[in-house]
Design a protein around this ligand. Structure first.
Ligand code: ADP
Ligand code: MG
Length: 326
């Protein structure tokens, strides 16, 4: 099983940021309102995620780190309409097979916390621990037992940059959740939970800067069971060239060709030559109409009605940008 998990890890865990992504998604799936992310040495030395979510029952701890054990779907049919970010049951065993791993958790409504350690894929017996309600996952020495992978880790700053970028994308999509990020003991981001629409707008400017908001249009449109909301940037002389492109489908950040094409087309008339559009967009649709099980890392999706989605995006954005043109 160790080898199988390490092979799965090869597909899901590319670098420290992939670990952070999987762990934070688990915290979100567990209903966390507050997530703390502590990183040391770009994640090569330590990745620690603490949440105040529902936690894991003691008897489920060994299962959580076992291959293909997910509590999120029970049948193949459920896969047709996944409402959670995770569903493959691969992340924890994969991460635990390539690190020194420890998970401490106290389930909602219980008095005792439990901790399980896994060293390079070998789980120890769970032991009693101290912890408030929620879950704490510690991942030390990532890839320590796969020297070839460890060697591929980039400079500390680069790896942390990937983590920060990931935290930003999650912060945009989950404004109601408080997020804290630290690196080598220094606070890097503190994002308070948004409770009002105004707070949500502030979250966008906290993450992307005042200038992004000042130079963007609000999008809010619904048709044919599709809902698009967010902000699209207008080209301005002063704004930097740096790409700020975030597209979320049902709360999941995706990179998708069809989406990219629709956006590019809508921008075709308004963009100065060679500039990249900035946007933060959230598309919501019936989960049954989008397949998220395309790749283990889950950043690709397949729309059941690609044409419909493409045209909806194009028209919505083109209308908004056209209005700004006039
Ligand atoms: P998946 O998310 O695909 O179900 P994972 O390997 O990421 O698989 O996690 C395995 C299981 O461990 C989850 O289904 C969930 O039951 C439990 N789990 C993991 N992280 C947390 C967490 N932070 N809070 C509560 N439960 C968790
Ligand atoms: Mg998961």
């Amino acid at each position: 099983p160790e080898l199988v998990n390490q092979i799965a890890a090869g597909e899901v865990i590319e670098r420290p940021a992939s670990v952070v992504k999987e762990l934070v998604e688990n915290s979100l799936d567990a209903g966390a309102r507050r997530i703390e992310i502590d990183i040391e040495q770009g994640g090569a030395r330590l990745i620690r995620i603490r949440d105040d979510g529902g936690g894991i029952d003691a008897e489920d701890l060994p299962l959580a780190v076992a291959a293909h054990a997910t509590s999120k779907i029970a049948s193949f049919d459920d896969l047709e309409r996944v409402g959670t970010l995770g569903f493959r049951g691969e992340a924890l065993p994969s991460i635990a097979s390539v690190s020194r791993f420890a998970l401490t958790s106290r389930a909602r409504g219980t008095e005792a916390a439990w901790r399980i350690e896994v060293d390079g894929g070998r789980p120890r017996a769970p032991a009693p621990a101290q912890h408030p309600q929620g879950t704490n996952v510690e991942v030390r020495d990532l890839f320590y037992n796969l020297p070839a992978r460890r060697k591929f880790l980039r400079a500390e700053r680069t790896e942390f940059g990937h983590i920060d970028e990931l935290v930003k994308s999650i912060a945009l999509a989950r404004a109601p959740v408080e997020l804290r990020l630290s690196h080598n003991g220094k606070p890097v981001r503190l994002l308070h939970a948004a409770r009002t629409e105004g707070d949500e707008t502030r979250r966008i400017s906290d993450v992307l800067g005042e200038e992004f908001l000042a130079n963007s249009l609000r999008i809010e449109h619904e048709a044919a069971g599709l809902r698009l909301r967010g902000w699209v940037g207008l080209p301005t002389a002063s704004r930097s060239q740096a790409d700020q492109q975030y597209f979320h489908v049902n709360g999941r950040l995706v990179r998708d060709r069809l989406v990219a094409h629709a956006v590019r087309q809508a921008y075709a008339d308004v963009l100065y030559h060679g500039r990249h559009p900035s946007f933060v967009l959230f598309l919501e649709l019936d989960p049954a109409l989008v397949d998220v099980n395309v790749h283990p890392a889950k950043h690709e999706v397949r729309f059941r009605e690609g044409r419909l989605v493409h045209d909806f995006l194009y028209r919505t954005l083109d209308d908004a940008l056209g209005g700004a043109r006039a």
